[in-house]
Design a protein around this ligand. Structure first.
Ligand code: ADP
Length: 438
């Protein structure tokens, strides 16, 4: 509406100029010269206004809107308004960016923005200076592995596939433990978030020590109770026979519990195996079969297949404990008449797999992810009745982690379960001549 008004006014102005030129031409006796002069004047005036507008738009100075009513003035006003809107929007964006930056800078966790191509540091907050020792401006644009003096971090950065979480001692204070978490958020950059988890680690250690100490302290009184219970002959006190039997059963259960808790505490305190040896799998599988037969007492069909002409590097004692836990679970959770198959076999890509398959009750899928938690049981009564402590699979998980492996479980209700683990090629040792012929 307003633009139509400007257009009309501009047309009237044009008509007025040419009418005046016509009048002057008529009076002067040469209409065409007068019109030509008016046209030239008009073109010149438009050229001057156009140049001014172009200059104003091209320059970065603040445009001032005029109050005049011509089309060029309207255009200038429009440009001035657009410029002021843009400036306000930019100011708001800058303010927002500053607010975000201030918030990120004040976060208690260290935050470092890095280039994905070569891990160069783009930005970091104050906590990153405190925890990782990064300095402004020296470390901006430096590579992370050069700016932070930590061999753990350098190895992690160099790994072909980076783990999701890395725990490492702080490069500034070895008593401080940091947990590092990488977040890839676009094609060019990634975010490293580091958190001080020293307190959490300390609390975990206190909990571990507490459990280990209590378990240790319980050992002696339990041995005494056992001793006295063994001295009571049920034949001498037939009226106490049932009670003594139950007391013996319960004190055995407690002893198992204490032993399992001590084993777990010991395993949890280890980051790596103290000593590695060649685990002779053939005799180990023979022992496992004998133990399974003894536990089953003829109630199951037990098959042990050694299909790999190789042994493992690791701890015989720990692997024996993990494998026998899996087999004893298979026996305990498979009804009489069921089948248990243990297979030790090579995989096509160079690893080996140890698997225990049973034809037992099976485990509902919602429980599978939590089976290795301490005291997690699918059915508490079934576990207790079969002499379980609820710690077996936790022990298995820790033993396997020390051998860079993990437990895989698949199960179908009413059909059975398969508990298996895979050992990488680096853990495999070809069997010696004597072992093969033994
Ligand atoms: P528990 O001493 O109770 O057997 P575990 O840690 O060894 O403790 O096992 C945790 C739970 O996982 C068990 O209580 C049981 O419910 C379930 N479970 C383990 N192995 C099997 C299996 N082979 N078949 C069915 N359930 C199993």
């Amino acid at each position: 509406m307003r633009h139509a008004r400007y257009r009309l006014r501009e047309l009237l102005r044009l008509a007025g100029i040419y009418a005046a030129a016509l009048l002057v031409g008529v009076l002067a006796g040469d209409i065409w010269v007068a019109i030509a002069l008016a046209s030239t004047g008009l073109v010149g005036w438009h050229y001057v206004r156009l140049s001014r507008v172009l200059e104003d738009v091209a320059s970065r100075r603040r445009l001032v809107a005029t109050r005049r009513a011509g089309a060029w003035d309207a255009l200038e006003r429009m440009f001035a308004r657009r410029q002021s809107e843009l400036r306000t929007r930019r100011r708001r964006l800058v303010d927002l960016l500053r607010t975000y930056q201030r918030a990120a800078a004040a976060l208690p966790d260290a935050i470092v923005i890095l280039d994905r191509a070569d891990d160069r540091i783009v930005w970091f907050n104050r906590a990153a200076g405190r925890m990782l020792g990064l300095r402004i401006p020296q470390d901006v644009d430096a590579r992370l592995n050069e700016a932070v003096a930590s061999p753990h971090l350098a190895n992690w950065l160099a790994a072909p596939e980076r783990e999701d979480l890395l725990e490492l001692p702080s490069p500034l204070d070895p008593d401080q433990t940091l947990s590092l978490h990488p977040i890839v958020y676009n094609d060019e950059q990634w975010l490293l978030v580091a958190r001080d988890v020293s307190r959490l680690m300390h609390l975990q250690k206190v909990r571990r020590d507490f459990v280990a100490n209590v378990s240790h302290e319980l050992r002696t009184p339990l041995t005494v109770v056992h001793g006295y219970l063994d001295m009571i002959e049920p034949e001498d006190h037939p009226e106490l026979a049932g009670i003594v039997d139950e007391m013996r059963r319960q004190s055995h259960r407690m002893t198992h519990l204490v032993e399992d808790l001590l084993t777990l505490s010991r395993l949890e305190a280890q980051d790596a195996l103290a000593e590695e040896e060649t685990v002779a799998m053939r005799p180990l599988l023979d022992t496992l079969r004998r133990e399974a037969l003894a536990l089953s007492q003829g109630r199951h069909r037990i098959l042990v297949s050694d299909l790999c002409n190789c042994d493992l590097r690791g701890s015989t004692k720990e692997l024996h404990s993990a494998f026998s836990n899996l087999i004893s679970n298979a026996v305990r959770y498979t009804p009489t008449g069921g089948e248990i198959e243990v297979r030790y076999e090579a995989e096509t890509d160079g690893g080996v797999r140890f698997a225990v398959r049973d034809s037992g009750h099976g485990i509902p899928s919602q429980h599978l992810a939590r089976l290795t938690e301490r005291f997690y049981r699918v059915s508490t009564s079934r576990s207790r009745d079969s002499g379980g402590t609820g710690l077996g699979l936790s022990i298995v998980k820790h033993v396997l982690a020390l051998h860079q492996s993990h437990l895989e479980v698949s199960s179908r209700m009413g059909i059975g379960s398969v508990f298996s683990c895979r050992f990488e090629a680096e853990r495999i040792v070809p069997r010696s001549e004597e072992a093969v012929n033994a």
